[in-house]
Design a binder for this molecule. Structure first.
Ligand SMILES: NC(=O)c1ccc[n+]([C@@H]2O[C@H](COP(=O)([O-])OP(=O)(O)OC[C@H]3O[C@@H](n4cnc5c(N)ncnc54)[C@H](OP(=O)(O)O)[C@@H]3O)[C@@H](O)[C@H]2O)c1
Length: 297
């Protein structure tokens, strides 16, 4: 079967499409025929830097990707037989960019209701957004600034913050102001130099990871704290914290339910065929964020 493999840390252009053996069904597993997988910044970071994230995905060669949507085509004898022929979202740190994935952990397999497409499930990025929301809920800040507010995680967070009482100041690049307005017409976005001077405690939430941008934003505040999901080590910013999501199966079940009811709106950009995975990653990396770029089998 076809798989997209990372064999070194030379970046996107050294990914290879290889023919590897199809995983064999075991009593405790199910086999998922993959349909749609997402492209995220974490992919190209991991392809060029083994210390890019705090996940342990540095052992090479490896099949890229950790989540995707597909159809269960084989079910092991110890697994729920109703899974056969179900569309599912599968989380698989051993790789999802392959025609078939063997899933052994029942907590990492989520049947999809008819109302949730494979694309919407593959694009789901709500776990990190929820981690940020929980951080906001526990904060005593008077104001919130969100960098990269048009990013997939930024817009997902803003969906989760619907009804938030603290004033929110979304910060985007000039090129993304119009797109942000189409996504969040009830919020005013600012470029970093347009941001008004904020008094009181301000929590700056960062989805971009550019220290200079954060330093500029700090100058617009009187009492700032910076929390980033990108910068792992404190670069000398006030009250700096790095936070990352811990996988929680109940959260995923809730997100899928919220996608089905429309409470969460999927953020989807273009879909590329699997043979164009490198092109898909370049496109996602080199254009402004307009939803999740997807790759389809
Ligand atoms: N800590 C965790 O647990 C965790 C988990 C998953 C992901 N992440 C990280 O979270 C980050 C966001 O992920 P995502 O999928 O939401 O990303 P995304 O949709 O690709 O968005 C990236 C954002 O960064 C902005 N940006 C890029 N270059 C910029 C610059 N020079 N100046 C200002 N803004 C700039 C983009 O603005 P434009 O669109 O205007 O270019 C966009 O808003 C990634 O770095 C990812 O690795 C962290």
């Amino acid at each position: 079967m076809l798989a997209i493999m990372q064999t070194n840390f030379n970046g996107i252009d050294d990914l290879t499409a290889q023919s590897v053996s199809k995983p064999k069904l075991t009593a405790d597993s199910v086999i998922v025929k993959m349909n749609t997988v997402p492209v995220s910044p974490t992919d190209w970071k991991l392809e060029s830097d083994q210390h890019a994230t705090n996940e342990n995905l540095a052992q090479l060669p490896r099949i890229i990707g950790i989540q995707g949507a597909g159809l269960v085509v084989e079910v092991g004898e110890n697994r729920d037989q109703h899974l056969l022929n179900q569309r599912v979202l599968v989380i698989n740190p051993a790789g999802t960019y392959s025609e078939y994935v063997r899933s052994t952990n029942p907590d990492w397999l989520f049947p999809l209701p008819d109302a949730v497409s494979n694309e919407a499930a593959a694009a789901l990025s709500a776990s990190t957004a929820l981690t940020l929301k929980k951080f906001i809920d526990s904060s005593d800040a008077d104001n919130l600034i969100l960098t990269g507010a048009n990013s997939v995680i930024g817009l997902t967070l803003l969906q989760l913050l619907h009804g938030e009482s603290k004033p929110i100041y979304p910060v985007v690049t000039a090129e993304s102001l119009a797109y942000f307005n189409t996504q969040m017409p009830n919020l005013t976005a600012y470029t970093s130099d347009q941001l008004p001077k904020l008094t009181g405690k301000t929590l700056i939430l960062d989805t971009v990871g550019i220290v200079g941008l954060l330093e500029t934003l700090v100058t617009h505040t009187t009492n700032a704290s910076v929390t980033s999901i990108v910068i792992m080590k404190d670069p000398g910013l006030p009250n700096f914290k790095f936070i990352h999501d811990d996988f929680n199966a109940d959260d995923y079940r809730l997100f899928i339910q919220q996608l089905a009811t429309g409470e969460l709106k999927p953020l989807i950009n273009r879909t590329f065929p699997i043979a164009e995975t490198k092109k898909a990653q370049h496109f996602a990396k080199e254009t402004h964020s307009r939803g999740r770029v997807l790759v389809a089998f």
